[in-house]
Design a protein around this ligand. Structure first.
Ligand code: ZN
Length: 107
């Protein structure tokens, strides 16, 4: 097992199967775009789930705050990433969108 390095260039990854974080499925042809906003809606929130940010330029977090849930999208510098986020849904709706995101049906 080789140690992981941060942001390995695509095509040179030999331990993807060992990665503990989910990788997004390729985008489907009929995928729907999500609306992403730069403004932060909740000052306090909890991260419920996340996708791999080590092997991907863009990574996502499922977050909950104020009884609602939303998805954050990060890209760029892992230390100071650019962040945008969806509007908030109920927990049930957010989990459905999260599943759709992972499977490539929305992005
Ligand atoms: Zn990974």
């Amino acid at each position: 097992m080789t140690p992981k390095t941060i942001h390995q260039p695509p095509g040179q990854i030999d331990d993807l199967d060992a990665c503990p974080a989910p990788h997004l499925q390729p985008l489907k042809d009929d995928a729907k775009p999500l609306a992403w906003h730069a403004s932060q809606r909740f000052a306090r929130f909890r991260v419920l789930a996340w996708t791999c940010g080590e092997h991907r330029e863009t990574w996502y977090e499922l977050c909950s705050g104020g009884g609602m849930a939303f998805i954050r999208r990060m890209s760029g510098d892992p230390v100071k990433p650019e962040v945008s986020q969806t509007h908030a849904w109920t927990m049930t709706e957010a989990h459905q969108v999260w599943a759709a995101l992972l499977s490539g049906h929305v992005r």
